[in-house]
Design a protein. Structure first.
Length: 632
């Protein structure tokens, strides 16, 4: 038995590495990268495998991870018709490992699949083809240059209008690949964005993950996907600007470590848990997941600040007393808790003297005055919240009442505009169902998203993390919750916040734009500009992803040969010579392969080539693009 055959036979003993009798290459690589102890133990159990992949160093066996992964990644290991066809037409199958490269994960659409994570039946899961393009550094040439915008529309309460100018404070909704949009925004918005909020795909390892066919988008490539975008987005932040990411527990730790590296651990502002599903997920194997997190960073902790959280109406109603200064509520001056005893805080244990007839409060014993000590209802000695000096200085805010036959000391807690945000947010207004899904239903736009963010949650995030005149960027725009929150919050507190939204999926036209259009109709004097990146190969990508069968895909291939920018790695003649083998591939494999045949550097038109006649850019679009990029 050859080493290759022996390794395959050995790995099949680990049920984690097998599906329907076939080895899962990417699962093997993922566990090897993590130095999984059970995988290592399995490899050591075979003498031949042990001798080949382990080296003895000072009487200690060291696993040669790189050697193992190169061996597993070789095209001879688990060859299939897909790989064989790629080799025949010139597309290479070689890989470099993410930890040692600066590769770019270009695309991961279908965020809406993640948002439909609450299905209870298997047949309710979405079946779209997973499209993930990873480019090595030497393949990136023109990819990240600023792109041409087109299809401009200004939308206000009266509908859609022709765009004649790009104003500095325009709200923007942009359709296109968010990595490329971010690079296009850099020239105009570098150093100007106060808050970047994103709700990215979560990549969960649970029933909530509808990417059942995805064996490639593991932690490493998911983090690469995130890092590519955060690196450029960081450049858009003001000095002291805030970066906020919503995430669940599956990627929380990985994402946190990566953000520590990008922003610096000292620039981490906080990790907040928010209860978005009070009932908990019924499909959870162990704990019924009911919360998500948002992690908050800045690029300069010395310049960053956050605002108080607005009080709820229930909290405002608690201030039900009033004097000549303001409304207030009474809170006990006596402390509670294990650290609130005289042995631990001796300076805060002393008597207060009160005259019931004159209402006078003093700190020294006097005839006619009642002595009051901080004794709890359980007769345990406690301490006061304030020192003698503080009580004397604020004597007008002290009030004494009789409770259950004993005198108790209270402090007037005066009405405030807000409160310091805590790290745990909960309440019915954060429920993604009642304050997210139902809002879309009222707009008749609920067909795509099952769990959009609560509008009230977004309002609180924006109000706490952004000033009233700041720019808010959301480059995973989804259903447009961020835009609605900005517009409504501006109306409530007379703010001048500006939003920029980016989304690649077609629902930006049918859901995102339409939702914001309906919000704009209810608010006087506001509008937004909608535009798109000018497509080249991206037009073929969309056609491929929407194709229904092999016949349609072959027709698209004929169009690609005539009008697309093909990758330098593919030979169209060899493709056609092996067309019968292409037909034998699954629909998913055919789609993935055709997308790989396209040159990713030419998904959209570069701004530097806006006057090239072959792209047929109108004079109006040329003028508007010039205003966008030059009229800062």
């Amino acid at each position: 038995m050859t080493l290759l055959e022996e390794l395959k036979s050995l790995l099949k003993k680990d049920e984690r590495l097998v599906s329907e009798g076939n080895l899962l290459k990417n699962r093997i690589v993922e566990l090897a990268l993590k130095l999984d102890k059970d995988l290592i133990k399995l490899l050591l159990s075979n003498k031949k495998i042990k001798e080949y992949f382990f080296e003895e160093v000072d009487k200690t066996l060291v696993f040669d991870k790189e050697k193992f992964m190169k061996f597993v990644d070789n095209k001879e290991f688990l060859p299939d018709s897909y790989t064989a066809f790629k080799n025949k037409i010139g597309l290479t199958a070689d890989k470099t490992y993410i930890a040692k490269s600066e590769e770019v994960v270009l695309a991961w659409p279908y965020k809406d699949c993640i948002l439909e994570g609450g299905q209870e039946k298997e047949d309710e899961k979405r079946k779209e083809i997973f499209y993930n393009e990873i480019l090595a550094p030497d393949e990136i040439d023109r990819l990240l240059e600023p792109k041409v915008f087109t299809n401009f529309k200004r939308i206000d309460a009266n509908g859609e209008h022709k765009v004649t100018e790009i104003k500095p404070n325009d709200n923007l909704i942009i359709k296109g690949n968010n990595l490329l949009v971010l690079h296009s925004l850099e020239k105009r918005f570098a150093g100007r964005v106060k808050l970047i909020y994103i709700d990215p795909p979560y990549n969960p390892k649970s029933a909530a993950n509808t990417f059942t066919y995805n064996n490639n988008f593991n932690h490493s490539s998911w983090l690469t996907f995130m890092k590519n975008r955060i690196d450029i987005a960081k450049k858009l932040l003001t000095d002291g600007g805030i970066f906020c990411i919503s995430i669940d527990h599956n990627e929380l730790f990985y994402l946190g470590v990566m953000c520590d590296e990008i922003f610096g651990e000292d620039n981490r502002i906080g990790v907040i848990a928010v209860e978005t599903n009070p009932g908990g997920r019924s499909d959870s194997k162990f704990f019924a997941t009911s919360n998500e997190y948002f992690i908050v960073y800045t690029n300069n902790i010395e310049k960053a600040h956050i605002n108080d959280l607005k009080l709820s109406q229930e909290e405002i109603n608690e201030y039900n007393l009033q004097d000549d200064i303001s409304k207030y509520k009474l809170v006990p001056l006596r402390r509670t808790g294990s650290n609130s005893t005289p042995d631990k805080r001796p300076n805060l244990y002393f008597p207060i003297y009160y005259n019931p007839q004159t209402k006078e409060i003093i700190m020294e014993e006097k005839k006619g005055f009642v002595k009051i000590l901080p004794i709890g209802t359980d007769n345990v000695k406690r301490v006061w919240r304030w020192s003698k000096e503080t009580i004397i200085s604020n004597i007008k805010d002290i009030e004494i009442k009789k409770v259950n036959g004993n005198y108790s000391v209270f402090v007037k807690d005066r009405e405030k505009a807000g409160k310091k945000p805590k790290t745990m947010w909960y309440g019915s207004k954060y429920d993604a169902s009642s304050h997210g899904t139902k809002i879309l239903q009222r707009f008749n736009l609920d067909g795509t998203f099952s769990y959009p963010k609560s509008v009230d949650l977004m309002k609180d995030i924006i109000q706490v993390l952004c000033d009233k005149d700041g720019i808010i960027l959301d480059y995973h725009a989804g259903s447009g919750t961020t835009a609605q929150a900005v517009l409504e919050l501006n109306r409530e507190d007379m703010g001048n916040r500006q939003f920029i939204l980016c989304e690649q999926m077609d629902y930006i036209e049918t859901v995102t734009k339409e939702r914001v259009k309906k919000v704009v109709k209810n608010i006087n004097g506001v509008d937004f500009v909608y535009c798109e990146l000018k497509q080249l190969n991206e037009e073929f990508v969309q056609k491929i992803m929407k194709a229904n069968d092999s016949k349609e895909l072959l027709k698209i291939w004929e169009e690609m040969k005539q009008h697309a920018f093909l990758s330098y790695r593919v030979d169209p003649k060899l493709f056609d010579e092996n067309i019968e083998e292409f037909k034998k591939l699954s629909a998913e494999e055919q789609k993935k392969l055709l997308i790989e045949c396209l040159d990713a550097n030419n998904l959209y038109v570069n701004y530097s080539e806006i006057k090239d006649s072959q792209y047929k850019i109108s004079k109006e679009d040329i003028e508007l693009n010039n205003k966008f990029y030059r009229g800062l």
